[in-house]
Design a protein around this ligand. Structure first.
Ligand code: XBP
Ligand code: MG
Length: 229
């Protein structure tokens, strides 16, 4: 194993419940819309990756006309991202327990760290900088470079391409079925670290499924990367 590519939302950090969900609801409120998402509904909406795509699909189900959606979704999304960045700056978005230690141990073992996320660069970079130090990850592929969101593999394909490594020596770490599908479609072994919002997903095809980084270390990750998959 020469490199590990990490997803961000739900994998490196608990971004959804305390971050994006709160920020989406603030954006609805600030633009005078009546919608508010509860955790349970938001968990289902996470099946649609990408904040803009999630808003489009949801507002369509609420009967909003296409022309109105096309006008309001970019404004809602920009507002959500601003509020999310404030939540990050105020310390409301935490790294998942144990992940910082795993990153330190991977680096100490000479393994490269990279990121492949469907999230927007405008908030991904400040989040990574605050929680871990941005410069440790290279490349950082975001939704800005991979506009077709997971489960499409394009974010992972770009990350592997920039690493310049064979897929057999690169591991993906994800938290969701969409992320797992994207990693597998890029030819990568994938470890799933499930969380409260993704625990019920179908993780068939994963090299390993755990519910915490506390159970992981570089030796375990290298073993599952080398195993046939
Ligand atoms: C996470 C997402 C993201 C975030 C919000 O998926 O779908 O859209 O909810 O990010 P994954 P943006 O963890 O599989 O990458 O609003 O910036 O799109
Ligand atoms: Mg995720």
């Amino acid at each position: 194993m020469d490199a590990v590519i990490f997803d961000v939302d739900g994998t490196l950090a608990d971004t959804e419940r305390d971050g994006h969900l709160v920020a989406f609801n603030l954006a609805f409120q600030e633009l005078g819309l009546p919608h508010r998402w509860e955790v349970e509904e938001y968990g289902r909406l996470l099946d649609i990756t990408g904040g803009r795509q999630r808003l489009q699909a949801y507002l369509e189900t609420q009967g909003m006309a296409q022309a109105e959606r096309d006008e309001i979704v970019p404004r809602l999304h920009a507002r959500k991202n601003e509020r999310f960045q404030e939540l990050v700056a105020d310390g409301h978005v935490a790294a998942r327990p144990g992940v910082a230690r795993v990153l330190d141990e991977l680096e100490a073992a000479g393994i490269r760290l990279a990121v492949a996320t469907t999230g927007s660069r405008v908030w991904v970079e400040p989040l990574l900088e605050r929680l871990f130090g941005l410069s440790r990850f290279s490349p950082v592929i975001t939704g800005d470079e991979a506009p077709v969101r997971k489960p499409d593999p394009s974010a992972y394909l770009q990350a592997v391409g920039q690493l310049g490594l064979p897929t057999s020596s690169v591991l993906a770490v994800e938290d969701s079925a969409n992320g797992l599908t994207a990693a597998r479609a890029a030819g990568l072994a994938c470890v799933v670290v499930a969380n409260d919002l993704t625990r019920d997903h179908d993780f068939g095809g994963a090299a390993l499924v755990v519910d915490s980084f506390e159970h992981l270390d570089p030796a375990i990750l290298a073993r599952v990367t080398a195993a046939p998959h």
